[in-house]
Design a protein around this ligand. Structure first.
Ligand SMILES: Nc1nc2c(c(=O)[nH]1)N=C([C@H](O)[C@@H](O)CO)CN2
Length: 120
């Protein structure tokens, strides 16, 4: 059984992309994040330290993404998943979706979804 802590449409900004115009100023990125976290202990103790704090994850993702300078969404999400597993030890599996609405004029949005398990 999987318990999921989630964050929807987290708004961030980053310098990201392969074109010159994308390297000049930040553009919006929206994150949907699902974290499989066993919640049994926190549900018994009612203590935030026994679970993964979605507010802390949200703050971390916004700060980290703002400092990133990669070109591809692939690089961004692979690196971000490693950071989240390292910093938030309660996360067992992770699904991250990133949307880049300014990337393709004809599309409402484009992006990438990855699913990862905590490395052994
Ligand atoms: N698979 C990907 N395709 C594209 C990416 C990407 O990060 N991953 N990036 C771009 C450009 O930066 C685009 O966002 C600007 O139009 C193009 N394709």
């Amino acid at each position: 059984m999987h318990d999921i802590i989630y964050i929807e449409q987290l708004e961030t900004e980053a310098i990201i992309g392969i074109y010159d115009w994308e390297r000049e100023q930040p553009q919006p990125l929206y994150f949907d994040i699902e974290m499989a976290v066993p919640i049994f202990t926190a549900a018994q103790s009612d203590a935030i330290n026994d679970t993964v704090d979605y507010a802390q994850v949200s703050d971390f993702v916004c700060d980290w993404v703002a400092k990133s300078r990669v070109e591809l969404l692939e690089t961004l999400l692979e690196n971000l998943s490693h950071e989240l597993f390292t910093r938030f030890t309660g996360i067992q599996t992770l699904t991250i979706k990133v949307s880049k609405p300014k990337a393709v004029a004809q599309a409402k949005t484009v992006g990438l979804i990855i699913k990862r398990q905590r490395p052994r």
